[in-house]
Design a protein around this ligand. Structure first.
Ligand code: TXA
Ligand code: MG
Length: 340
């Protein structure tokens, strides 16, 4: 299959909508990461998404809408708190899990009776949803297990020959996937942290719980509240070690443990360790979120085998960055702060 790169012109969005309306899959830009979109109501179309990604069938897809009214076709019950959160944070990087309607096939919800819904803010994504006239099921547009793509070029690397078209909407703004929440006893639970932070949710929800799966490996035999937690995810080919501690402690640790050929993934140039190659991913949580996945892909391109990474601060969107890099490391966290 030939994979076309389309810019965001009106004509191209119409062409992409036509592909989706006839049961195909198209990669679309969103403000978080690129997604692989198909008609959420069409079983056969959604099956093509799972095939293109090589995704396990029990991992549910997020359903994307362009207008609030569409929610009633997808959810059978809308919590009052969801309405308030939608008003505050949609369009934007927040996915809310609710009981699904009968119109959403089980292949879309990964066999669950619930469905994750989000209204993206990227104009091309919303325009495409409107042109299609149906909600779009869309996971991140990477091959299952790889870092999510934040540019059309990275989507092409994973999806060339697997889907008919990619819409190029430039670099993703946020850079990490949406915050995923569920509802419980008058509050919400964060299952995956993202651009809508705990602090932001607390301005609307009386209670916000961060699920233990966000910062720790799921215990053997434990049931994941979100199937995505079970999978390694976001992983580059390199062996990543996440080093928690001051810049000085980081440098000392790396000097004592690294071999020639190893890489460092640091916030800024001043943290480079002499004699080792390195990449930077930014000094603020927003910048780190924006650049992390691209940095992980670059490490693969460079053929990095071992990577010593500085551990991000967990405030604000930093929690999302920490969650992704911790998973990229396969939960290999070396905490230099606890030893003395
Ligand atoms: O920002 C995003 O959310 C991007 C863009 C394309 O919108 N999409 C995305 O989708 O990251 P995906 O499929 O890569 O991740 C969806 C996550 C998975 O971890 C999945 O397990 C969880 O959301 N999820 C989806 N529906 C769920 C449900 N009904 N119950 C629990 N977890 C759910
Ligand atoms: Mg994904």
């Amino acid at each position: 299959m030939l994979t076309k790169m389309l810019d965001c012109s009106r004509g191209n969005l119409c062409e992409a909508a036509e592909i989706i309306r006839s049961g195909g899959v198209v990669a679309v830009p969103t403000e978080t990461v690129y997604g692989l979109a198909a008609n959420a109501f069409d079983k056969n179309a959604v099956k093509k998404i799972f095939e293109a990604k090589g995704r396990p069938s029990d991992n549910p897809l997020i359903v994307h809408i362009a207008d609030y009214g569409q929610i009633s076709e997808i959810a059978s019950e809308i919590p009052t708190l969801a309405e308030k959160l939608a008003e505050a944070f949609w369009p934007g990087p927040l996915t809310m899990i609710m009981p699904k309607s009968k119109r959403i096939p089980y292949i879309t919800s990964g066999g669950l009776d619930t469905v994750g819904i989000r209204m993206p803010s990227h104009f091309a994504a919303r325009e495409l949803i409107r042109l299609c006239g149906v909600p779009l099921a869309a996971p991140s547009a990477n091959l299952s297990g790889s870092p999510s793509p934040t540019s059309a070029k990275r989507v092409f690397e994973d999806m060339n020959g697997r889907i008919p078209a990619i819409i190029d909407g430039g670099e993703s703004d946020v850079g990490v996937e949406s915050t995923v929440i569920s509802f419980e006893d008058g509050g919400v639970r964060i299952l995956r942290p993202g651009g809508i932070t705990e602090e932001m949710l607390l301005t609307v929800s009386p209670k916000v719980t961060v699920d233990a799966g966000v910062t720790a490996m799921l215990a053997e035999g434990a049931v994941a509240r979100s199937p995505g937690m079970k999978y390694k995810h976001y992983a580059p080919k390199a062996n990543v070690m996440l080093i928690k501690g001051s810049c000085e402690a980081f440098k000392e640790y790396v000097q004592n443990n690294a071999a020639p050929g190893d890489y460092c993934l640091v916030f800024e140039d001043s943290e480079a360790v002499q004699g080792l190659k390195y990449l930077t991913y930014g000094s603020t949580p927003d910048e780190q979120a924006h650049r992390l996945f691209e940095a992980l892909r670059q490490l693969d391109e460079k053929g990095a085998k071992r990577v010593f990474a500085r551990c991000p601060d967990v405030s604000g969107v930093g929690l999302a960055v920490y969650n992704r890099i911790l998973r990229a490391s396969g939960f290999c966290l070396i905490d230099l702060e606890v030893s003395e």
